[in-house]
Write a protein that binds this ligand. Sequence first.
Ligand SMILES: Cc1cc2nc3c(=O)[nH]c(=O)nc-3n(C[C@H](O)[C@H](O)[C@H](O)COP(=O)(O)OP(=O)(O)OC[C@H]3O[C@@H](n4cnc5c(N)ncnc54)[C@H](O)[C@@H]3O)c2cc1C
Length: 432
Amino acid sequence: MRAIVVGTGAGGATAARELAVKGFEVIIFEAGKQFKPFRRLLSIAGPLRRAGLLGNERNFTRLFPPMDITRSAEDLVLVRGLTTGGSTVLSCGNMVRAEHGLKEIGLDLTPEFEEIERNIGITEFPMERWQPVTRNMFEAAEKLGLEPKATPKAVDSVKCVSCGLCELGCTTGARWDSRSFLDDAIHAGAVLHTSSPVEIVIIENGQVKGVIIKTGNKLRTIKADIVVLAAGGIGTAQILKASGLPAKDNLWADIVLTLGGVLKGANQLKEPPMVWYTKDEDYILSPYLDILSHWFHKPWRNVSIDDRVGIMVKLADIEEGAVFEDGKVQKTIKEDDNIRLDHAIGEAKKIMETAGVSGPYINGVHNGGHLGGTVPLNKGDVTSMKPSWLPEGLWVADLSLSPRSQGLPTILLTTALALKVSRKITGDLMRD
Ligand SMILES: Cc1cc2nc3c(=O)[nH]c(=O)nc-3n(C[C@H](O)[C@H](O)[C@H](O)COP(=O)(O)OP(=O)(O)OC[C@H]3O[C@@H](n4cnc5c(N)ncnc54)[C@H](O)[C@@H]3O)c2cc1C
Protein backbone atom coordinates (compact mmCIF):
# COMPACT_ATOMS: atom_id res chain seq x y z
CA MET A 1 0.00 0.00 0.00
CA ARG A 2 1.62 3.27 -1.12
CA ALA A 3 1.01 6.47 0.84
CA ILE A 4 2.17 9.94 -0.10
CA VAL A 5 2.68 12.36 2.79
CA VAL A 6 2.87 16.05 1.89
CA GLY A 7 4.96 18.20 4.27
CA THR A 8 7.41 17.39 7.06
CA GLY A 9 6.27 19.70 9.85
CA ALA A 10 4.53 18.73 13.08
CA GLY A 11 1.72 16.91 11.27
CA GLY A 12 3.55 15.43 8.27
CA ALA A 13 6.50 14.00 10.20
CA THR A 14 4.15 12.41 12.73
CA ALA A 15 1.98 10.86 10.02
CA ALA A 16 4.95 9.67 7.93
CA ARG A 17 6.51 8.00 10.96
CA GLU A 18 3.32 6.22 11.98
CA LEU A 19 2.56 4.98 8.45
CA ALA A 20 6.15 3.87 7.75
CA VAL A 21 6.41 2.02 11.05
CA LYS A 22 3.13 0.23 10.26
CA GLY A 23 4.61 -1.08 7.00
CA PHE A 24 3.23 1.35 4.39
CA GLU A 25 5.41 2.33 1.45
CA VAL A 26 5.73 6.02 2.30
CA ILE A 27 6.88 8.77 -0.07
CA ILE A 28 7.25 12.21 1.47
CA PHE A 29 7.16 15.38 -0.61
CA GLU A 30 8.51 18.53 1.00
CA ALA A 31 8.33 21.91 -0.73
CA GLY A 32 11.40 23.33 1.01
CA LYS A 33 15.04 22.36 1.22
CA GLN A 34 16.87 20.63 4.07
CA PHE A 35 16.80 23.01 7.02
CA LYS A 36 19.90 24.85 8.16
CA PRO A 37 19.80 27.29 11.11
CA PHE A 38 20.55 30.92 10.33
CA ARG A 39 23.77 31.63 12.20
CA ARG A 40 24.72 34.98 10.71
CA LEU A 41 21.70 37.07 11.69
CA LEU A 42 23.43 39.26 14.22
CA SER A 43 26.45 39.91 11.99
CA ILE A 44 24.33 40.66 8.89
CA ALA A 45 21.22 42.32 10.26
CA GLY A 46 22.86 44.49 12.96
CA PRO A 47 24.83 46.76 10.60
CA LEU A 48 21.94 46.89 8.08
CA ARG A 49 19.51 47.91 10.83
CA ARG A 50 21.85 50.64 12.05
CA ALA A 51 22.18 51.95 8.50
CA GLY A 52 18.36 51.85 8.06
CA LEU A 53 18.78 49.41 5.16
CA LEU A 54 16.93 46.36 6.46
CA GLY A 55 13.73 47.27 4.61
CA ASN A 56 10.63 45.30 5.42
CA GLU A 57 10.08 41.83 6.84
CA ARG A 58 10.03 40.31 3.34
CA ASN A 59 13.79 40.88 3.27
CA PHE A 60 14.04 38.51 6.18
CA THR A 61 12.74 35.68 3.97
CA ARG A 62 15.36 36.68 1.38
CA LEU A 63 18.11 36.37 3.99
CA PHE A 64 16.60 33.23 5.52
CA PRO A 65 14.33 31.38 3.02
CA PRO A 66 13.07 28.67 5.44
CA MET A 67 11.12 31.41 7.24
CA ASP A 68 8.30 32.35 4.89
CA ILE A 69 6.75 35.69 5.83
CA THR A 70 3.58 36.81 4.07
CA ARG A 71 1.64 40.02 4.61
CA SER A 72 -2.03 38.99 4.74
CA ALA A 73 -3.26 42.51 5.50
CA GLU A 74 -1.70 45.92 5.98
CA ASP A 75 -1.32 45.26 9.69
CA LEU A 76 -0.70 41.50 9.87
CA VAL A 77 2.13 39.21 8.80
CA LEU A 78 1.91 35.42 8.80
CA VAL A 79 4.99 33.31 9.42
CA ARG A 80 5.60 29.66 8.55
CA GLY A 81 8.46 27.26 8.00
CA LEU A 82 8.97 26.12 4.40
CA THR A 83 11.69 23.54 4.93
CA THR A 84 12.24 20.09 6.45
CA GLY A 85 10.65 20.22 9.90
CA GLY A 86 8.15 22.88 8.77
CA SER A 87 7.35 25.50 11.39
CA THR A 88 8.71 23.34 14.22
CA VAL A 89 12.31 24.25 13.27
CA LEU A 90 11.41 27.91 13.93
CA SER A 91 9.63 27.21 17.19
CA CYS A 92 10.46 28.25 20.72
CA GLY A 93 10.02 24.64 21.87
CA ASN A 94 6.95 25.41 23.99
CA MET A 95 4.86 22.30 24.53
CA VAL A 96 1.42 22.96 25.96
CA ARG A 97 -1.78 20.99 25.41
CA ALA A 98 -4.13 23.22 23.42
CA GLU A 99 -7.67 21.88 23.30
CA HIS A 100 -10.01 24.78 22.51
CA GLY A 101 -13.02 23.58 20.56
CA LEU A 102 -12.25 19.86 20.87
CA LYS A 103 -14.78 18.99 23.58
CA GLU A 104 -17.48 20.75 21.56
CA ILE A 105 -16.94 18.33 18.67
CA GLY A 106 -16.48 15.30 20.95
CA LEU A 107 -12.76 14.83 20.31
CA ASP A 108 -10.59 13.67 23.21
CA LEU A 109 -6.88 13.65 22.37
CA THR A 110 -5.65 12.80 25.88
CA PRO A 111 -4.05 9.43 24.95
CA GLU A 112 -2.29 11.00 21.95
CA PHE A 113 -1.04 13.96 24.03
CA GLU A 114 0.32 11.59 26.67
CA GLU A 115 2.07 9.41 24.12
CA ILE A 116 3.72 12.31 22.31
CA GLU A 117 4.77 14.04 25.53
CA ARG A 118 6.52 10.80 26.53
CA ASN A 119 8.14 10.57 23.06
CA ILE A 120 9.46 14.11 23.03
CA GLY A 121 10.42 14.55 26.68
CA ILE A 122 9.20 17.79 28.19
CA THR A 123 10.80 19.88 30.94
CA GLU A 124 10.95 23.44 32.22
CA PHE A 125 13.92 25.72 31.60
CA PRO A 126 15.74 26.19 34.94
CA MET A 127 14.73 29.43 36.65
CA GLU A 128 18.31 30.18 37.72
CA ARG A 129 19.14 30.67 34.03
CA TRP A 130 16.35 33.20 33.43
CA GLN A 131 17.57 36.80 33.14
CA PRO A 132 16.87 38.95 36.25
CA VAL A 133 14.29 41.02 34.32
CA THR A 134 12.39 37.84 33.42
CA ARG A 135 12.38 36.68 37.03
CA ASN A 136 11.22 40.13 38.15
CA MET A 137 8.38 40.08 35.62
CA PHE A 138 7.41 36.57 36.79
CA GLU A 139 7.20 37.85 40.38
CA ALA A 140 5.26 40.90 39.21
CA ALA A 141 2.75 38.65 37.42
CA GLU A 142 2.42 36.64 40.65
CA LYS A 143 1.78 39.82 42.65
CA LEU A 144 -0.88 40.85 40.15
CA GLY A 145 -2.66 37.51 40.66
CA LEU A 146 -2.00 36.28 37.11
CA GLU A 147 -0.64 32.90 38.29
CA PRO A 148 2.38 32.59 35.96
CA LYS A 149 3.86 29.14 35.40
CA ALA A 150 7.15 27.93 33.96
CA THR A 151 6.48 26.92 30.34
CA PRO A 152 6.73 23.19 29.54
CA LYS A 153 9.46 23.00 26.91
CA ALA A 154 11.15 20.54 24.60
CA VAL A 155 14.52 22.18 25.21
CA ASP A 156 17.47 20.36 26.72
CA SER A 157 18.92 22.99 29.07
CA VAL A 158 22.30 21.23 29.13
CA LYS A 159 22.74 21.65 25.38
CA CYS A 160 21.07 25.10 25.23
CA VAL A 161 23.54 28.01 25.11
CA SER A 162 20.86 30.69 25.77
CA CYS A 163 21.40 32.47 22.43
CA GLY A 164 17.73 33.50 22.50
CA LEU A 165 17.33 32.86 18.78
CA CYS A 166 15.27 29.63 18.76
CA GLU A 167 13.19 30.96 15.86
CA LEU A 168 16.20 31.00 13.54
CA GLY A 169 16.85 27.33 14.17
CA CYS A 170 18.63 25.71 17.07
CA THR A 171 22.37 25.50 16.38
CA THR A 172 23.15 23.10 19.23
CA GLY A 173 20.30 20.61 18.78
CA ALA A 174 18.93 21.50 22.25
CA ARG A 175 15.40 22.14 20.97
CA TRP A 176 13.23 19.31 19.64
CA ASP A 177 11.73 19.68 16.19
CA SER A 178 9.78 17.31 13.95
CA ARG A 179 12.89 16.27 12.01
CA SER A 180 13.44 13.66 14.72
CA PHE A 181 10.09 12.02 13.78
CA LEU A 182 11.05 12.45 10.12
CA ASP A 183 14.33 10.60 10.76
CA ASP A 184 12.35 7.78 12.41
CA ALA A 185 10.11 7.60 9.32
CA ILE A 186 13.12 7.43 7.00
CA HIS A 187 14.71 4.81 9.22
CA ALA A 188 11.51 2.77 8.85
CA GLY A 189 11.78 2.98 5.04
CA ALA A 190 10.06 6.24 4.06
CA VAL A 191 11.63 8.13 1.14
CA LEU A 192 11.93 11.91 1.38
CA HIS A 193 12.00 14.27 -1.62
CA THR A 194 12.85 17.88 -0.79
CA SER A 195 12.32 20.89 -3.11
CA SER A 196 9.23 19.03 -4.38
CA PRO A 197 6.11 21.10 -3.81
CA VAL A 198 2.84 19.28 -4.41
CA GLU A 199 0.69 21.29 -6.80
CA ILE A 200 -2.53 19.29 -6.88
CA VAL A 201 -4.07 16.03 -5.78
CA ILE A 202 -5.33 13.78 -8.58
CA ILE A 203 -8.87 12.57 -8.05
CA GLU A 204 -10.79 10.24 -10.36
CA ASN A 205 -14.38 9.15 -9.72
CA GLY A 206 -14.24 10.37 -6.12
CA GLN A 207 -11.07 8.41 -5.37
CA VAL A 208 -7.56 9.79 -4.85
CA LYS A 209 -5.01 8.53 -7.37
CA GLY A 210 -1.86 10.47 -6.51
CA VAL A 211 -0.37 13.95 -6.75
CA ILE A 212 1.31 16.24 -9.22
CA ILE A 213 4.57 17.71 -7.97
CA LYS A 214 6.82 20.39 -9.37
CA THR A 215 10.54 19.73 -9.60
CA GLY A 216 12.43 22.57 -11.24
CA ASN A 217 10.20 23.60 -14.13
CA LYS A 218 8.79 20.13 -14.64
CA LEU A 219 5.51 18.68 -13.42
CA ARG A 220 5.52 14.99 -12.45
CA THR A 221 2.66 12.67 -11.62
CA ILE A 222 3.18 10.27 -8.73
CA LYS A 223 0.55 7.60 -8.10
CA ALA A 224 -0.51 6.38 -4.67
CA ASP A 225 -3.37 4.62 -2.87
CA ILE A 226 -3.50 7.25 -0.13
CA VAL A 227 -2.51 10.90 0.07
CA VAL A 228 -2.03 12.61 3.42
CA LEU A 229 -1.90 16.39 3.20
CA ALA A 230 0.13 18.00 5.99
CA ALA A 231 1.32 21.17 4.29
CA GLY A 232 0.01 23.36 7.14
CA GLY A 233 -3.00 25.69 7.37
CA ILE A 234 -1.93 27.61 4.26
CA GLY A 235 -0.23 24.88 2.19
CA THR A 236 -2.96 22.27 2.60
CA ALA A 237 -5.71 24.76 1.73
CA GLN A 238 -3.78 25.93 -1.33
CA ILE A 239 -3.39 22.35 -2.63
CA LEU A 240 -7.06 21.55 -1.98
CA LYS A 241 -8.31 24.68 -3.74
CA ALA A 242 -5.95 24.11 -6.68
CA SER A 243 -7.44 20.60 -6.88
CA GLY A 244 -10.98 21.98 -7.02
CA LEU A 245 -11.82 21.05 -3.41
CA PRO A 246 -13.48 23.48 -1.03
CA ALA A 247 -11.01 24.28 1.75
CA LYS A 248 -12.77 26.56 4.20
CA ASP A 249 -12.12 30.28 4.63
CA ASN A 250 -11.75 29.87 8.39
CA LEU A 251 -8.00 30.46 8.65
CA TRP A 252 -6.86 31.38 12.14
CA ALA A 253 -3.33 32.34 13.18
CA ASP A 254 -3.19 32.97 16.98
CA ILE A 255 -2.24 36.63 16.60
CA VAL A 256 0.91 37.66 18.45
CA LEU A 257 1.57 41.21 19.59
CA THR A 258 4.59 42.08 21.74
CA LEU A 259 4.64 45.10 24.02
CA GLY A 260 8.13 46.57 24.08
CA GLY A 261 9.54 48.38 27.12
CA VAL A 262 13.05 49.44 28.09
CA LEU A 263 15.49 48.43 30.82
CA LYS A 264 19.17 49.26 30.52
CA GLY A 265 21.29 46.11 30.25
CA ALA A 266 18.27 43.78 30.54
CA ASN A 267 19.84 41.27 28.09
CA GLN A 268 16.53 39.48 27.58
CA LEU A 269 17.92 37.81 24.46
CA LYS A 270 20.30 35.77 26.62
CA GLU A 271 17.70 33.16 27.54
CA PRO A 272 15.25 31.03 25.56
CA PRO A 273 12.08 32.95 24.64
CA MET A 274 8.90 32.44 26.65
CA VAL A 275 10.28 30.66 29.73
CA TRP A 276 7.07 31.37 31.64
CA TYR A 277 3.50 32.19 30.76
CA THR A 278 0.19 33.29 32.23
CA LYS A 279 -3.01 31.93 30.76
CA ASP A 280 -6.32 33.69 30.36
CA GLU A 281 -9.37 32.26 28.62
CA ASP A 282 -8.28 33.27 25.13
CA TYR A 283 -4.72 34.53 25.38
CA ILE A 284 -1.37 34.01 27.05
CA LEU A 285 1.27 36.50 28.18
CA SER A 286 4.91 35.49 28.07
CA PRO A 287 8.34 37.20 28.18
CA TYR A 288 9.57 37.57 24.62
CA LEU A 289 12.06 39.72 22.78
CA ASP A 290 10.39 39.92 19.40
CA ILE A 291 13.20 39.92 16.84
CA LEU A 292 10.83 40.63 13.93
CA SER A 293 9.79 43.88 15.61
CA HIS A 294 13.35 44.65 16.67
CA TRP A 295 14.66 44.43 13.11
CA PHE A 296 11.74 45.72 11.05
CA HIS A 297 9.40 47.87 13.18
CA LYS A 298 10.38 51.52 12.89
CA PRO A 299 8.87 52.59 16.24
CA TRP A 300 11.18 50.07 17.97
CA ARG A 301 14.31 51.29 16.23
CA ASN A 302 15.90 53.63 18.74
CA VAL A 303 16.38 51.04 21.51
CA SER A 304 19.29 48.60 21.41
CA ILE A 305 18.71 44.87 21.64
CA ASP A 306 20.45 44.75 25.05
CA ASP A 307 17.99 47.25 26.55
CA ARG A 308 14.78 46.05 24.86
CA VAL A 309 12.31 44.09 27.03
CA GLY A 310 9.15 42.46 25.67
CA ILE A 311 6.04 40.63 26.79
CA MET A 312 4.10 38.80 24.14
CA VAL A 313 0.34 38.47 23.87
CA LYS A 314 -0.75 35.40 21.93
CA LEU A 315 -4.45 35.67 21.19
CA ALA A 316 -6.99 33.13 19.96
CA ASP A 317 -8.23 35.16 16.97
CA ILE A 318 -11.49 35.04 15.04
CA GLU A 319 -11.44 32.11 12.62
CA GLU A 320 -11.83 34.01 9.39
CA GLY A 321 -9.33 34.18 6.55
CA ALA A 322 -8.95 32.78 3.06
CA VAL A 323 -6.16 30.97 1.21
CA PHE A 324 -6.30 31.03 -2.57
CA GLU A 325 -5.09 28.45 -5.06
CA ASP A 326 -2.05 30.57 -5.95
CA GLY A 327 -1.04 30.58 -2.26
CA LYS A 328 -2.09 34.20 -1.58
CA VAL A 329 -3.70 34.72 1.80
CA GLN A 330 -6.30 37.22 2.92
CA LYS A 331 -6.65 37.62 6.65
CA THR A 332 -7.29 40.78 8.63
CA ILE A 333 -7.38 41.59 12.33
CA LYS A 334 -11.02 41.92 13.33
CA GLU A 335 -12.36 44.66 15.60
CA ASP A 336 -13.09 42.09 18.30
CA ASP A 337 -9.49 40.77 18.05
CA ASN A 338 -8.20 44.32 18.53
CA ILE A 339 -10.40 44.94 21.56
CA ARG A 340 -9.15 41.74 23.21
CA LEU A 341 -5.53 42.51 22.23
CA ASP A 342 -5.80 45.97 23.82
CA HIS A 343 -7.01 44.44 27.06
CA ALA A 344 -4.20 41.85 27.10
CA ILE A 345 -1.56 44.49 26.26
CA GLY A 346 -2.87 46.48 29.25
CA GLU A 347 -2.12 43.46 31.49
CA ALA A 348 1.37 43.10 29.95
CA LYS A 349 2.03 46.77 30.70
CA LYS A 350 1.02 46.31 34.35
CA ILE A 351 3.53 43.44 34.67
CA MET A 352 6.32 45.55 33.17
CA GLU A 353 5.55 48.57 35.34
CA THR A 354 5.43 46.44 38.48
CA ALA A 355 8.78 44.84 37.52
CA GLY A 356 10.50 48.21 37.01
CA VAL A 357 10.64 48.08 33.20
CA SER A 358 10.21 51.62 31.86
CA GLY A 359 8.52 53.06 28.83
CA PRO A 360 8.01 54.21 26.25
CA TYR A 361 5.83 51.12 25.93
CA ILE A 362 5.42 50.44 22.23
CA ASN A 363 3.53 47.68 20.46
CA GLY A 364 5.49 45.54 18.00
CA VAL A 365 4.36 43.97 14.73
CA HIS A 366 1.13 41.95 14.64
CA ASN A 367 2.03 38.48 13.42
CA GLY A 368 0.70 34.94 13.46
CA GLY A 369 2.44 31.59 13.05
CA HIS A 370 -0.15 29.07 14.23
CA LEU A 371 -1.99 28.46 11.00
CA GLY A 372 -5.09 26.32 11.20
CA GLY A 373 -8.79 26.00 10.59
CA THR A 374 -8.93 25.56 6.80
CA VAL A 375 -10.11 21.92 6.92
CA PRO A 376 -12.00 22.03 10.22
CA LEU A 377 -13.29 18.84 11.79
CA ASN A 378 -16.88 18.93 12.95
CA LYS A 379 -18.85 16.62 15.24
CA GLY A 380 -19.80 14.26 12.44
CA ASP A 381 -16.17 13.84 11.31
CA VAL A 382 -14.63 12.74 14.58
CA THR A 383 -15.29 9.00 14.24
CA SER A 384 -13.48 8.89 10.91
CA MET A 385 -11.05 11.79 11.68
CA LYS A 386 -11.74 12.96 8.13
CA PRO A 387 -14.03 15.75 6.93
CA SER A 388 -16.81 14.07 4.94
CA TRP A 389 -16.21 16.23 1.84
CA LEU A 390 -12.72 14.83 1.25
CA PRO A 391 -12.61 12.16 -1.48
CA GLU A 392 -11.80 8.50 -0.70
CA GLY A 393 -8.13 8.01 0.14
CA LEU A 394 -7.44 11.72 0.75
CA TRP A 395 -6.63 12.65 4.34
CA VAL A 396 -5.47 15.77 6.17
CA ALA A 397 -3.10 15.48 9.15
CA ASP A 398 -2.07 18.97 10.23
CA LEU A 399 -3.32 22.01 12.13
CA SER A 400 -5.85 22.77 9.37
CA LEU A 401 -8.10 20.25 11.15
CA SER A 402 -8.47 22.33 14.31
CA PRO A 403 -11.73 24.26 14.05
CA ARG A 404 -10.83 26.77 16.75
CA SER A 405 -7.93 29.13 17.30
CA GLN A 406 -6.03 28.41 20.50
CA GLY A 407 -4.00 31.34 21.79
CA LEU A 408 -1.59 28.65 22.95
CA PRO A 409 1.35 26.71 21.49
CA THR A 410 0.07 24.32 18.84
CA ILE A 411 2.76 21.71 18.11
CA LEU A 412 1.36 19.20 20.59
CA LEU A 413 -2.15 19.68 19.24
CA THR A 414 -0.95 19.18 15.64
CA THR A 415 1.06 16.05 16.41
CA ALA A 416 -1.83 14.59 18.44
CA LEU A 417 -4.27 15.22 15.58
CA ALA A 418 -1.85 13.70 13.06
CA LEU A 419 -1.26 10.64 15.22
CA LYS A 420 -4.99 10.04 15.58
CA VAL A 421 -5.56 10.50 11.83
CA SER A 422 -2.70 8.11 10.97
CA ARG A 423 -4.05 5.46 13.32
CA LYS A 424 -7.45 5.79 11.61
CA ILE A 425 -5.76 5.24 8.25
CA THR A 426 -3.81 2.18 9.38
CA GLY A 427 -6.78 0.83 11.40
CA ASP A 428 -9.23 1.20 8.50
CA LEU A 429 -6.92 -0.47 6.02
CA MET A 430 -6.01 -3.32 8.32
CA ARG A 431 -9.73 -4.05 8.80
CA ASP A 432 -10.39 -4.09 5.01
C1 LIG B 1 8.15 31.30 14.48
C2 LIG B 1 7.23 30.25 15.05
C3 LIG B 1 7.41 29.82 16.36
C4 LIG B 1 6.55 28.83 16.88
N1 LIG B 1 6.77 28.38 18.17
C5 LIG B 1 5.99 27.40 18.65
C6 LIG B 1 6.25 26.84 19.94
O1 LIG B 1 7.19 27.20 20.65
N2 LIG B 1 5.43 25.83 20.37
C7 LIG B 1 4.37 25.39 19.64
O2 LIG B 1 3.66 24.49 20.10
N3 LIG B 1 4.09 25.90 18.42
C8 LIG B 1 4.91 26.87 17.90
N4 LIG B 1 4.67 27.35 16.64
C9 LIG B 1 3.54 26.80 15.87
C10 LIG B 1 3.83 25.41 15.33
O3 LIG B 1 5.16 25.31 14.83
C11 LIG B 1 2.82 25.05 14.24
O4 LIG B 1 1.51 25.27 14.71
C12 LIG B 1 2.93 23.59 13.79
O5 LIG B 1 4.25 23.31 13.33
C13 LIG B 1 1.91 23.31 12.70
O6 LIG B 1 2.15 22.06 12.12
P1 LIG B 1 1.67 21.75 10.63
O7 LIG B 1 2.09 20.36 10.34
O8 LIG B 1 0.24 22.11 10.51
O9 LIG B 1 2.48 22.79 9.71
P2 LIG B 1 4.03 23.01 9.53
O10 LIG B 1 4.79 22.55 10.73
O11 LIG B 1 4.20 24.43 9.14
O12 LIG B 1 4.42 22.06 8.32
C14 LIG B 1 3.96 22.25 7.01
C15 LIG B 1 4.94 21.58 6.06
O13 LIG B 1 4.41 21.52 4.75
C16 LIG B 1 5.40 21.94 3.81
N5 LIG B 1 4.68 22.40 2.62
C17 LIG B 1 3.95 23.52 2.47
N6 LIG B 1 3.39 23.55 1.24
C18 LIG B 1 3.79 22.41 0.61
C19 LIG B 1 3.53 21.85 -0.68
N7 LIG B 1 2.75 22.46 -1.58
N8 LIG B 1 4.11 20.67 -0.99
C20 LIG B 1 4.93 20.01 -0.11
N9 LIG B 1 5.19 20.51 1.13
C21 LIG B 1 4.61 21.68 1.49
C22 LIG B 1 6.20 22.96 4.58
O14 LIG B 1 7.47 23.20 4.02
C23 LIG B 1 6.29 22.28 5.95
O15 LIG B 1 7.31 21.32 5.98
C24 LIG B 1 5.51 28.30 16.09
C25 LIG B 1 5.33 28.75 14.78
C26 LIG B 1 6.20 29.69 14.25
C27 LIG B 1 6.00 30.14 12.82
